[in-house]
Design a protein around this ligand. Sequence first.
Ligand code: F6R
Length: 241
Amino acid sequence: MRIIRAKDYDDMSRKAAAIIASQVIMKPNCVLGLATGSSPIGTYDNLVAGYEKGDLDFSGITTVNLDEYKGLPRDNDQSYYYFMNHHFFSRVNVNPERTFLPDGTETDSDKACRAYNEVIASVGGIDLQLLGLGHNGHIGFNEPGDVFEAQTHCVDLTETTIKANQRFFASIDDVPRQAYTMGIKTIMQAKKVLVVVSGKDKAAAVKATCFGPITPQVQGSILQLHNDVTIVADEAALSEI
Ligand code: F6R
């Protein structure tokens, strides 16, 4: 694992965007695995700035997102599709037909997960997967548990995650209780993994992910076994290392 120390959130975002930019420049038709949440917003802003300057061209890329809330349609402003469109897709020249997320409106979980696995297989593998890290060490919505789930599956969100995500909803009751998420095998099969982490409240999760035992109780710890992982973390997030 390569750990890159950033001063703060803005510095982390610039550095992470530079890594993604170099991927897009080196392989204009690459497949990017993307994440939502607070951590990558600044990264997307920097990529948009690169596009606006004329330095970056996203017209050839394909994107597959990590996850989507079950039950939220694309036009719900808390859906992950809405987030991606708002922060990235609508601001650059990505081909909308080459952007993929699990279908949150599919009520049949098996069908939704099977369809997303087929999408992932059809794009031919992920070149670079961007990840945030949950307070409990989750990646995607792969929550602490007894196993590492291989492929796309439906998860019951933990209380910690529901509370952490409550800030985006009118009330805690509005936070969906389930989500579809890419599995750990799919994430581990990405050629490169880039994790962005910021803030003191993530310091314990960073330490457990990078230096703790490899256990499904800290899903991110499996990344220790990947041969091309870069973690860009700010000083606060690295404060326990
Ligand atoms: C988002 C995702 C989650 C987040 C994680 C951190 O697509 O899959 O794993 O990356 O919960 O969220 P933030 O960045 O909001 O702290």
